[in-house]
Design a binder for this molecule. Structure first.
Ligand code: FAD
Length: 416
């Protein structure tokens, strides 16, 4: 059987591996190398999975074209699909896989990595293994059209294939090749594609504020608010640049915020930079510090608590607010600490697909069967980020790409 795979990213490479037993597999890739994005993952370390693969880490689009469709066709079945594709021990499955191709692995915290933490070398090995399995790569081949002929087979650039697996990725990091072009191919077979949004992305704050905080890295808990309502929270290292707030915890939050941002709703992020002290413990906390350092003026009293840029910024904010001038030292201290626990930033935008790690949205799940085959066009399969599934930071998106690639490849190759 002749199988075409469009896109040599994480999903395409795994699909090729599992499709290639007893089949002739051709991978079309517009770049001149395989796994261009895979090589960048995990800061070049390839965080491929996570110890906790519960479904709460995955979501799919909240932005379908037709909101009624969203109400009626969503949710339970789609979650079942994601769950069954990832399987009970998805993380161990690929750990074993890597070991069979001679790549040792390691777990750091909950995250799985290749032992050497070198994404580029792992991509090279995977490519070499595929060549040895007889997979043919056509680099520099951007596929713009696939036609199904009268014999129900697929024609790509005049060549005939029995099955096609689309693994063209989403729109995130378009410099790596995934620019959303694959959605057109899916649509040409009648598939619906949801609105898409960049996720796992930095959020923009006012430039005047960013310039004051640029370079700061600080631990804390960030919470996202849409139209004043708290949407979700995440804990970790918060980073500031000239015009953005970022860090893994902000990336996680971005999954809930990029859509409201694009809709022009009011979006804010609050940072709790004293998250080890509960709100109700704040007075006690200040009192203890008061006993030791109570004679110091505010600027001195707060020294060493947070990076100087943050304390200077908070002092700026509270001193220009109501009730500061003329207030006693205790009140000023309370204002400072309250700001430290709820430092709010108005979100002006997001840093775009160019800087995003993932795409929310894609080919609608309800049109895809459990074996990742199209319910509309037999012989056509999907895998990876082009499907409407996205996961948290921490190896969830590669896990999805690998698992769905495996299921699509095995099913298309009838090796399941
Ligand atoms: C900087 C960065 C770091 C990341 N780190 C992690 C991480 O540590 N852990 C994690 O789980 N996830 C991570 N991700 C997310 C993860 O890399 C992606 O979700 C995953 O690679 C998606 O795999 P894919 O095969 O579906 O798509 P892609 O890897 O985007 O591959 C799609 C391929 O298809 C090709 N293509 C597209 N259209 C066509 C066409 N028409 N014809 C021919 N070829 C085409 C593209 O050139 C591309 O090579 C990261 C993402 C980025 C950008």
């Amino acid at each position: 059987m002749k199988i075409a795979i469009i896109g040599a990213g994480a999903a395409g490479l795994f699909a090729a591996y599992y499709a290639s037993n007893h089949n002739q597999v051709t991978v079309f890739e517009k770049n001149d190398i395989a796994g261009k994005k895979l090589r960048l993952t995990g800061n070049g370390r390839l965080n491929y999975s996570n110890a906790d693969l519960s479904m709460s880490h995955y979501e799919h689009s909240y932005g379908l074209v037709d909101p009624d469709f969203l109400q009626s066709m969503f949710l339970e079945d789609d979650c079942k699909l994601i769950d069954s594709v990832i399987g009970e021990d998805g993380n161990m499955e690929f750990t074993r896989f890597f070991e069979t191709i001679g790549v040792r692995t390691t777990k750091i915290g909950d995250c799985f990595y290749p032992y050497m933490e070198r994404a580029g070398e792992v991509s090279d090995i995977l490519y070499e293994v595929l060549l040895r399995k007889g997979v043919e790569f056509r680099f520099g081949s951007e596929i713009k059209e696939i036609i199904k002929n009268d014999t129900e087979r697929f024609v790509i650039n005049g060549e005939i294939f029995d099955k096609v697996i689309l693994t063209t990725g989403g729109k995130a990091a378009p410099k790596t090749g995934s620019d959303g072009g694959g959605y057109k191919l899916a649509r040409s077979f009648g598939h619906s594609v949801t609105y898409t949004y960049p996720v796992l992305v930095a959020l923009e704050i006012l430039k005047e504020i960013g310039e004051k905080l640029a370079g700061v890295r600080i631990k804390g808990t960030v919470s996202g608010y849409v139209d004043g309502e708290k949407i979700s929270s995440s804990k970790g290292e918060i980073q500031f640049t000239n015009n953005t707030i970022s860090g893994i915890c902000v990336f996680q939050l971005s999954r809930r915020l990029t859509k409201p941002i694009e809709e022009g709703r009011s979006v804010e992020v609050s940072c709790d930079l004293l998250d080890d002290v509960k709100d109700e413990e704040l007075s006690d906390y200040i009192e203890k510090r008061d006993k030791l350092l109570g004679d110091l003026p505010l600027g001195e009293f707060i020294k060493g608590l947070v990076p100087e840029k943050i304390s200077e910024y908070i002092l700026d904010v509270i001193s220009s607010g109501e009730g500061f001038d003329g207030a006693d030292e205790t009140t000023k201290r309370m204002l400072f600490f309250k700001a430290l626990k709820n430092l709010r930033f108005t979100i002006m935008g997001h840093a775009g697909y160019e800087n995003a790690q993932c795409t929310r949205g894609g080919v609608v799940l309800s049109e895809i069967g459990e074996n990742m085959e199209s319910k509309l066009c037999p012989g056509l399969f999907f895998a990876g980020e082009m499907v409407d599934v996205d996961g948290d930071c921490g190896g969830y998106n590669l896990q999805w790409a690998f698992s769905s690639g495996k299921v699509a490849g095995s099913s298309a190759g009838e090796n399941a």
